[in-house]
Design a protein around this ligand. Structure first.
Ligand SMILES: Cc1ncc(COP(=O)(O)O)c(C=O)c1O
Length: 381
């Protein structure tokens, strides 16, 4: 049997809610309030409620959500911002393109999230610029160890911007008390979310949101996203065109209603995969007690080189991927930071051994079993 299993089947998902989507898109066309229209206000309100957060400011994409957060937190050119070296480019790209310096740290080999001990280590290293903030990334859909990160941040007076691009809807459970349960992106000074089409909650183009409980930050971002004006044609800050399109908000409002059910389905699929892979000598995702996992990606770790396994799966029609094949310190664009191979061994190891297999709510049992049997063949012939 040969099949074609994409890493995410957006078409299938759209098919299940097509009528609702068509209706809201028509509504936006009829209203013609295409940018920061009514639907954006409604969506922001629904996100505030969903995340139990005081402010949610819709923006153009997740990268700009990080950039605006950095600017609103007064991170200045030449200042340092800590982030994991194993993340999507945009985390560090946002830091670098506001003129700040990415200060890379290694990752925890079990969760692939930022290693807290390496945060303290880089802070103690001597350098000729000041470190002002940390951007933990909730990679693949589970939260970084926020309690420990906030402790370090308080100790060294650093701001914290959560990169929740991949984790919208995940719960940070902290110590496990009900009172400590919070949504990813609402724990630090602010959180940046991406609604890129491939995300668990995906728009029909680029979109993002900034979450914060801080009124001053929220007001700044509100002004910065819209050319620095509060009142049209009166510009009080050097802002940007980082507004959210109304059509994206309308689509996201429809999808938000289904997000928890979709994430639950991803968790069930992950549980099935975990069970099937448990005696295969391959490491399944480890979910620490302080977080839930919404499986934006389901990532395995094999002792073998991942490229061979991925090649085999691709031949079988399975779109398995490596997130990410080259850690940021080895990317050409960050050469000026003068890192070298070997600087971040856990990230470099992960890049060579992790395999993301398709996980999305509409994956059928037959497709899951096909992925499982193909992976077994890839590992053991
Ligand atoms: C970890 C991480 N940060 C930031 C971003 C940037 O989001 P966007 O593509 O919406 O700009 C992404 C998106 O892929 C991401 O995965």
């Amino acid at each position: 049997m040969s099949q074609c299993i994409p890493s995410l089947d957006i078409k299938k998902q759209i098919g299940t809610i097509r009528k609702e989507l068509d209706a809201v898109i028509k509504r936006v066309i009829d209203n013609t309030d295409f940018i920061l229209g009514k639907e954006v206000d409604y969506f922001e309100g629904e996100v505030r409620k969903y995340c139990n957060v005081r402010y949610a400011i819709g923006v153009s994409n997740g990268t700009d959500a990080i950039r605006l957060s950095l600017i609103a937190l007064n991170i200045k050119p030449g200042e340092g911002v800590i982030c994991p070296v194993f993340t999507y480019y945009a985390t560090a790209g946002a830091i670098a393109t506001v003129g700040a310096l990415p200060v890379f740290t290694d990752i925890d080999p079990d969760t692939y999230n930022i290693s807290v001990s390496s945060i303290e280590k880089v802070i103690r290293e001597k350098r000729d610029f000041k470190i002002k903030a940390i951007i933990p990334v909730h990679l693949y859909g589970q939260c970084a160890d926020m309690d420990s990160i906030l402790k370090v941040a308080r100790k060294y007076n650093l701001k914290v911007i959560e990169d929740a691009a991949q984790a919208f809807g995940a719960d940070y459970l902290g110590s496990g008390n009900l009172s400590s349960k919070r949504k990813a992106g609402t724990i630090g000074d602010c959180g940046a979310v991406s609604f890129y089409p491939g995300k668990n909650l995906g728009a029909f183009g680029d979109a993002g949101i900034v979450l914060t409980n801080n009124k001053v930050i929220a007001e700044k971002i509100n002004i910065l996203r819209n050319q620095g004006n509060k009142q049209r044609y009166y510009h009080i800050a050097l802002g940007f065109n980082n507004r959210m399109d109304t059509i994206q908000a309308a689509v996201l409002r429809v999808k938000l209603k289904y997000l928890d059910a979709w994430n639950k389905r991803r968790q069930e699929i992950a549980a099935y995969f975990n069970e099937q892979f448990k005696d295969l000598g391959i490491k399944t995702p480890l979910v620490p007690r302080y977080t839930t996992h919404i499986y934006h990606q389901y990532v395995l770790h094999s002792k073998l080189a991942n490229t061979k396994i991925i090649d085999y799966l691709k031949k079988k029609g399975i779109d398995a991927r490596i997130f990410y094949p080259l850690p940021l310190h080895l990317q050409k664009c960050f050469r000026y930071l003068r890192h070298k191979k070997g600087d971040f061994p856990e990230a470099e190891k992960a890049a060579k051994h992790i395999i993301a297999i398709p996980v999305y709510p509409d994956l059928t049992k037959e497709e899951m079993n096909y992925i499982i049997s193909s992976l077994k063949e890839a590992l053991y012939g």
